[in-house]
Ligand binder design. Structure first.
Ligand code: GLC
Length: 746
């Protein structure tokens, strides 16, 4: 009887909870509907309108037509590039004077940190550390939300196989599997447990879609690809982000096969809002509705507005096409009011979920802002993220790690004493904040060595240009040193939006400086700072030690010093192929075999290759060294045949065979040997990163299931096909340590 009573009360309780939850969920939907029912058409259109504010124009500047009165009249739904609790409060005050007092939402490109700046995303991706990546997004959200920001235009999840494209710095590289994991982690980091939490911000997954496949790596250029490639390579990171609960997406600038993304109904309505069931809203990228005219897709802004709202673009960033045309489109019966209502409801719903209707000023607390922007723990997070992003490309004779007893170091190069350069593109200069929190590479070394090492400095040359006047001084101090550290590379604004480059060599005469430093006969450690994979064959072939330091953010100097002296054993591995020359691009690891693959480098006759260079990359996807070494052994598969509903357990032993503790990123690749469509020679299907003490061994386990064997077939159905698969366990996509085979059977 006792048990029975418990059961009854359990049923009652769960149904009461269900009712409350349902009632709670209905409350937001009902609130949205009741606000909508009060709105005029002009007020509805206002919610779809986003203007830029005064911090920075992150697009072609448009005329500012009296934001104040438009906000006061309820004709603006959102502002971007408004920073700080004071300014956001002042604009919110204006919105509260409107008839319905619908709060504004403030959006900002918090791409890799708000004040505390983390490595550029392409650098951070090299950590392969999802917890660390989620954590930096969490810290960024904490700082941004404390500064009045409700919404970050991140993560950028565009897969790219072309380092000429300046925006590779903003993404996670060339691999879909890894890029999807990172997209998921970043959304979780930005949005936290719930959008209603005050330290959560809405994510905005961008740029939907396939922006990273711009032909020639030229920004904003067209994209031309099969539906299968779109589905298999470029869409999955967006799906992962939607699955993570992303609140918003941003459509891309580019056309795909002739259809501009802003007007692409298949993309925005059929796939995103239909098949994927996305309930958030889509903001256009800057001005892209108006750009439908430039594309030649529509004749004028009136048609542009009609096309975009029909396709499913909900909010208009800075084109003014919605503001100027939607009312007429409705009165002309060119679009249904339902299209407008759907977009408005999506936007209002997010404002309710953020809690802004209850308290429009919940993100405008100046004391919280001060505390969040001066939180020492954030610097610690930034330093750890930065150390985990540094890729050790070369370390001949184990020159690194340096001894702390080293007497004299010559720190040379145009980036040694730079401060803001370390922040990379898409950094945020907080109005009124100084840059003293940014640790330059020079200061980082000073912090590390204290007084028992003599630090010498010379700039040597500029990043670009051909002036060698500084070489003599650099050579002179280099000759006095026990080791030379050379910091070279791009300027931070040589990558980023609208910064594609046809030539991705290290600029200027910096490699001549490398040559001079090597000529001194001293040990030379080269740091390469960049927002993309660069071409640097002389340095790669001749310098004994190379660290790829990307742009590491506000703790750059400390992180570089940690790695130079072994306080952190580098573990990062590149997530984008480094070509030998720009002519190899597009160049990526998971390519098809072709009918005439190069089998060995001596034989290029009638093979798919360039006759003037080797057919291999300079550095392959997944490559990166450590100060220790790792052994892979004892590969075992639980079985050699599996049916679709079954799984295969894979295990092997990883051993730290060196004399320093270190982390290894082990990678699982599969190859579908024969299928109805040709398949890549290998695809990353799993990975794990773990720390092993010197001499320690651990058993690593992976599980192969049907999902890992599937692909989009001729009918664009995600499915697997029976047949043989190669299994490869590697330290990189080229450094395959263990192999086996298994068969998928019907
Ligand atoms: C820019 C970028 C986009 C950014 C937006 C707002 O043009 O393409 O990524 O979020 O405008 O700054």
């Amino acid at each position: 009887m006792h048990n029975f009573r418990w059961k009854i009360s359990g049923v009652l309780l769960s149904s009461l909870l269900l009712f409350t939850a349902t009632a709670q969920k209905k409350t937001i939907d009902q609130k949205v509907d009741s606000v909508l029912s009060l709105m005029t058409v002009e007020e509805k259109i206002g919610q779809l309108n986003q203007f830029n504010d005064n911090w920075r124009a992150t697009g072609p500047v448009t005329v500012d037509n009296d934001k104040f009165n438009q906000i006061k009249n309820g004709q603006v739904g959102s502002l971007l590039n408004t920073l700080g609790t004071e300014r956001t409060r002042s604009w919110q005050n204006v919105a509260m004077q409107s008839r319905l007092k619908i709060p504004l939402i403030f959006g900002q490109d918090v791409i890799h940190g708000y004040k505390t700046t983390f490595p550029i995303p392409l650098g951070e991706a090299c950590s392969w550390d999802m917890d660390a990546i989620e954590l930096t997004a969490r810290v960024a959200a904490t700082e941004a939300s404390a500064s009045g920001i409700h919404w970050t235009f991140a993560p950028m999840v565009d897969i790219s196989r072309d380092p000429r494209w300046g925006r590779v710095m903003e993404g996670s590289g060339e691999d879909t599997y890894l890029g999807s994991k990172i997209a998921y982690a970043r959304v979780k980091g930005f949005q936290g447990k719930s959008l209603g939490d005050t330290n959560s911000v809405m994510a905005c997954v961008k740029h939907f879609a396939a922006y990273g496949a711009a032909i020639g790596g030229r920004d904003y250029n067209s994209v031309d690809m099969s539906d299968r490639t779109l589905w298999e390579v470029y869409l999955p990171p967006f799906k992962a982000a939607v699955d993570a609960g992303a609140a918003t997406l941003m459509n891309a600038f580019n056309d795909i096969n002739g259809v501009p993304s802003t007007g692409n109904k298949v993309l925005l309505r059929d796939i995103l809002k239909g098949k994927w069931g996305f309930k958030g809203f889509v903001v256009t990228d800057w001005g892209t509705i108006g750009e439908l005219v430039d594309h030649g897709y529509v004749a004028n802004d009136y048609q542009a507005a009609q096309t975009a709202i029909t396709a499913g673009a909900d909010m208009d960033m800075e084109s003014r096409c919605y503001k100027n045309n939607l009312a007429k489109l409705i009165s002309d019966n060119k679009i249904s009011i339902n299209l407008l209502d759907d977009a408005v409801k999506r936007i209002l719903k997010k404002k309710f979920e953020l809690g802004l209707f209850d308290n429009p000023y919940k993100y405008c607390n100046p004391l919280r802002e001060t505390n969040a922007l001066n939180n020492n723990n954030h610097a610690k997070v930034a330093r750890e993220a930065a150390t985990k992003s540094i890729v050790l490309l070369k370390n001949e004779k184990n020159i690194l790690p340096l001894s702390k007893n080293i007497k004299t170091i010559a720190f040379i190069g145009p980036l040694v004493k730079e401060v803001k350069q370390n922040k990379g593109f898409w950094d945020i200069d907080i109005p009124g904040a100084d840059s003293s929190f940014i640790v330059s590479q020079w200061n980082g070394l000073q912090n590390k060595v204290g007084n028992n090492t003599n630090l010498l400095y010379a700039k040597g040359c500029e990043v670009d240009g051909d002036n060698k006047d500084g070489f003599a001084e650099a050579i002179a101090i280099a000759k006095q040193a026990d080791v030379i550290i050379l910091s070279i590379g791009e300027k931070r604004d040589m990558s980023g939006e609208a910064h594609s480059r046809s030539n991705i060599n290290i600029p200027g005469i910096q490699e001549d400086l490398v040559k001079e430093m090597l000529a001194t006969g001293k040990p030379v450690v080269v740091l390469i700072n960049a927002g993309r994979p660069l071409v640097f064959n002389f340095t790669a072939d001749n310098a004994p030690v190379i660290l790829y330091t990307w742009w590491l953010g506000s703790e750059a100097g400390n992180a570089i010093a940690d790695v130079l002296f072994g306080d952190y054993n580098p573990s990062a591995k590149i997530t984008m192929t480094f070509p030998r020359v720009v002519g190899q691009i597009p160049f990526y690891y998971n390519h098809f075999n072709t009918g005439r693959p190069v089998v060995n480098e001596e034989d290029h006759v009638y093979k798919s290759s360039y006759r003037d260079i080797p057919s291999t990359p300079k550095y392959p996807f997944g490559y990166g060294l450590s100060y220790t070494t790792f052994g892979y052994s004892n590969l075992q598969l639980s079985k050699k045949k599996m049916a679709k509903k079954e799984k295969i357990e894979v295990s092997f032993t990883l051993t730290n065979t060196g004399n320093l503790d270190g982390e290894e990123i082990v990678q699982l690749y599969l190859r579908d040997k024969v299928s109805s469509l040709v398949r890549p020679i290998k695809e990353l299907k799993d990975f794990t990163k773990l720390m092993l003490k010197a001499g320690e061994s651990k058993t690593i386990k992976f599980v192969i299931d049907n999902e890992k064997l599937s692909f989009y077939n001729q009918q664009l159905i995600w499915d697997s096909e029976p047949g043989e698969f190669d299994l490869m366990i590697g330290a990189s996509s080229e450094d395959i340590r263990l192999t086996d085979k298994f068969e998928l059977v019907n």
